[in-house]
Design a binder for this molecule. Structure first.
Ligand code: PA5
Length: 477
């Protein structure tokens, strides 16, 4: 099977590049009172250079992903080929960083009604990513699936996350009942760290094919590892183009000059805005295909930058709050607040120049003056005009905003976007001088769950939880 959405390779890389426009972050556009001054960015130049070399030295794992995965890509492709036609359903069992990238890829690069439309799927399996342990939803999924025709990719870097492992246990039992113990291995793939956790042990015991998550790549930075790539390849996405896009952006992000590196420039502006009280960062794509990219970004930004202590161990409690919004939908929900509420947000629009499909509005009701202006325009024009109008209005009101523009939503542009946002996150983490790659807050919650449910080694957490003060009944209505 070949990937469905091979990109037109005749176009040069330059014409396929995404761009970043930060004009509307600056005082020149917003008015002195609200905008950032160019001198403030210039003041960060020396620090940026220093942090650039620090990042180069640290070599965060995600920075190498676009370049070191030929063998993995070949293996994934071979598996997709070998199993072509075997499955109607591909289910990702994972959560957080082990699920959100898969969803973002699917929404961005496959047909909006992919699961419902056998015509557009052309023999590729449907994709399901429950990303939760909601019993009603998972029971309904198991009821719906023909398990004879289903494969589950169990994804967990730690190999022990309660949500993922509990869904696995249920799926394992349901599959065994349906197909018999002897054929269970045909229905599971494991994606995990090769040196730790239980998933690798289970995969070995059961004979599941296994993909490794590199040790130095954290969950939320792992979309371009087998975590995101396997389900993408199984649904026909061109994974080589994704990595090519990421490689192209990596090259742009090797630049130490803040004015020329899009990740550093946008990151620095977000950081400066945060210091001035704009503590919320809205990502607002004007493309439904990128809706879940904003969800992926929300987790990347929140878990990476929301930290209690800095690298010196001092208590800092930093972190901009990421918010996802969707144009034009949220113009009728959120924009009133962005326009007139507190000056505590910056907005990053994502605009798509050429939408993959378009519809021209018919010239009906020409006698109705308030309606006849629509006839002859396309929906793409309407959507992009709404973005430009909202951007203009926000700017006029002194609301800081920037635009990332994609020539088109393709695997190549999405790869650029993933890498850009990951590098920006890494850079902002350096500016805050925090550890971008840990998540002690998440771990604490996980440990309480383990303790309460009786996992060995977590008795102390169970006792701590049970010894909470009694709730005040007056406060429960
Ligand atoms: O970004 C992260 O590290 C987390 O969101 C993890 O991806 C999430 O907690 C799931 O962890 P794991 O892949 O170990 O099951």
């Amino acid at each position: 099977m070949t990937a469905k959405n091979n990109f037109d390779n005749d176009k040069t890389a330059a014409s396929r590049r995404i761009t970043l426009d930060v004009n509307n972050m600056f005082a020149a556009r917003l008015g002195g009172e609200y905008g950032i001054k160019k001198s403030q960015v210039a003041d960060l130049k020396a620090r940026t250079r220093e942090l650039h070399y620090r990042i180069q030295e640290q070599k965060p794992g995600f920075t190498r992903l676009p370049f070191r995965q030929e063998k993995v890509i070949t293996r994934i492709r071979e598996m997709v080929e070998e199993r072509a036609g075997d499955y109607d359903n591909f289910v990702v069992l994972g959560i957080g960083g082990s699920a959100l990238g898969n969803i973002a890829l699917q929404t961005a690069l496959n047909d909006p009604y992919y699961n419902l439309n056998t015509g557009v799927r052309e023999g590729y399996p449907r994709l399901f990513v429950p990303d939760n342990v909601d019993p009603e939803r998972f029971a309904a999924l198991l009821d719906f699936l023909d398990l004879e025709r289903t494969v589950f990719n169990v994804i967990s870097k730690s190999g022990s996350t309660a949500e993922t492992m509990s869904l696995y246990l249920l799926a394992r039992e349901a599959v065994a009942e349906e197909v018999g113990q002897g054929r269970v291995a045909e229905h599971f793939i494991a994606t995990t760290s090769k040196d730790s956790g239980y998933l690798i042990e289970i995969a070995e015991r059961e004979g599941y094919p296994c993909f490794s998550i590199p040790e130095d790549v954290g969950g939320r930075f792992s979309v371009l590892t087998p975590v995101g790539l396997v389900s993408a390849a199984f649904t026909g996405i061109n994974i080589s183009e994704l990595l090519a896009g990421a490689a192209d952006m990596a090259e742009r992000c090797w630049e130490e000059n803040i004015w020329q590196n899009p990740a550093y420039l946008h990151g620095a502006l977000q950081y400066l805005a945060y210091q001035e009280g704009k503590r919320m960062s809205v990502m607002m794509p004007y493309s439904h295909a990128l809706k879940d990219l904003a969800d992926w970004y929300r987790q990347l930004w929140a878990e990476s930058l929301g930290k209690e202590v800095n690298r010196k161990g001092e208590r800092v409690n930093v972190g901009p709050t990421p918010i996802k919004a969707l144009g034009a939908t949220d113009q009728h929900s959120q924009v009133q607040l962005y326009m007139e509420g507190p000056f505590d947000k910056i907005i990053t629009f994502i605009e798509v120049e050429n939408h993959r499909r378009n519809l021209e509005m018919p010239k009906l009701y020409q006698d109705l003056d308030g309606l006849n202006y629509l006839g002859g325009h396309s929906l793409a024009r309407l959507l992009n005009t709404e973005k430009q109008a909202t951007e203009r209005a926000l700017t006029k009101r002194g609301r800081a905003n920037a635009t990332i523009k994609l020539p088109e939503v393709t695997a190549f542009t999405l790869g650029q976007l993933f890498y850009l946002l990951e590098m920006e996150t890494a850079f902002v983490g350096e500016l805050f001088n925090i550890n971008t790659y840990n998540q002690p807050g998440v771990e604490l919650g996980k440990n309480y769950t383990y303790g309460i449910l009786g996992r060995e080694g977590y008795q102390e957490k169970k006792e701590e939880f049970e010894n909470w003060s009694e709730p005040d009944p007056d406060l429960i209505l």
